[in-house]
Design a binder for this molecule. Structure first.
Ligand code: CU
Length: 353
């Protein structure tokens, strides 16, 4: 045991020297997206930037709609092409000792800072999740897992304005082993968290002492979630979730084709994030939500819908993949925007076909 782990460290050390000599880019570049893995749902930062922009990474629109990905592509496109290679070796489980505060999303600037842009503080595009959700890690190399450690930021921490540190994180789950396979899933309970958070997953691979450090940005809707889409338009939320800044559905007419509910997921000086949950009252194939802002707010980026602005009214239509809903089923879209002075919730209407 002892010997083999020492041997392993020597081998890892020799590899590191080799990599430093040859340049890691040269070693990694021939095999983009072919080995190793990452958390793919909710997407890790660089996997998300690769998935959204990999086929269109020179699009100037990225700077407006997805500014954190834009800075990452600008810093080094290989951070995205090698979305599956964010690991360290020889950590021996001492993750907190190996990774300084503020560098968690780059694995402690592993591999000469290859992933450093992922530590940048700002409004990363975030996936909307209920408080009980499934985390999926894709393992293209079928390394297996000794364990996954799944941390989530504490309520009140704002990843759009604060660097991520260990003291901002709470360990919510340590899984058992996973036999080598293409995907590993964990059922995660985020408790009463709402709004913007970071999920920090450590994947301890089984083939050698290789650990992956993966930041996924999420916006928790504060809904029960689970495996079935069980949210009904008239369901009232449990009173124990009072800190949620959500407002009740604006158009809760029974039998309406859809209803829309707005949540301010985060707010910082001059900026904010919003999330809108759309719930179908009947079987629908497309939906349109009109949001009218009273205080001059503007939308600067959005996801999971198409948004157009006309004066104070922002019109959101479903994305190609989330228009079709059965009665009672929900989906959501998100946006970041600007505000000054007052930032009251928009008036919403929902229509569907
Ligand atoms: Cu690997």
């Amino acid at each position: 045991m002892q010997l083999s782990s020492i041997g392993r460290r020597i081998a890892a050390g020799a590899l590191a020297v080799m990599a430093a000599t040859l340049g890691l880019l040269v070693l990694e570049r021939p095999t983009p997206a072919s080995a190793h893995g990452s958390v793919t749902d909710p997407p890790s930062r660089n996997y998300g930037c690769w998935a959204r922009w990999g086929s269109d990474f020179q699009n100037p629109r990225m700077a407006d709609t997805d500014p954190m990905c834009a800075q990452a592509w600008q810093a080094n496109p290989n951070t995205m092409w090698n979305w599956n290679g964010l690991y360290r070796e020889g950590v021996a489980g001492n993750h907190q000792a190996a990774i300084p505060d503020g560098q968690l999303c780059s694995g402690g600037r592993t591999q000469n800072g290859f992933y450093a842009s992922l530590d940048t503080v700002g409004p990363w595009v975030a996936a909307t999740k209920p408080d009980k959700f499934t985390l999926t890690l894709t393992d293209q190399a079928q390394h297996g897992a000794d364990y996954l450690l799944i941390y989530i930021t504490k309520q009140g921490f704002d990843p759009a304005t604060q660097p991520l540190t260990w003291s901002n994180l709470e360990l919510v789950q340590r899984t058992g082993r996973y036999a080598p396979a293409g995907q590993y899933q964990a059922q995660v309970d985020a408790g009463t968290r709402t709004g913007r958070h970071v999920i920090y997953t450590i994947w301890q691979a089984s083939h050698l002492d290789q650990s992956y450090y993966l930041c996924s940005d999420v916006i928790f809707t504060g809904q029960g979630g689970g495996t079935s889409p069980s949210v009904s338009p008239s369901a009232s939320k449990s009173p124990s979730k009072s800190p949620s800044p959500s407002v009740p559905p604006s158009a809760s007419v029974p039998g309406a084709a859809c209803t829309a509910a707005y949540t301010k997921s985060s707010e910082w000086n001059g900026g904010f994030g919003g999330n809108v949950t759309v719930t179908a009252g009947a079987s629908i194939s497309t939906w349109t939500v009109k949001m009218t802002f009273a205080n001059g707010q503007t939308v600067t980026s959005f996801w999971n819908a198409n948004l157009t602005t006309s004066g104070a009214t922002v019109t959101a239509t479903n994305a190609a993949y989330n228009g079709r809903l059965s009665p009672g089923q929900s989906t959501s879209f998100g946006f970041n925007g600007t505000w000054s002075g007052t930032n009251s919730p928009p008036a919403l209407t929902c229509s569907a076909a």
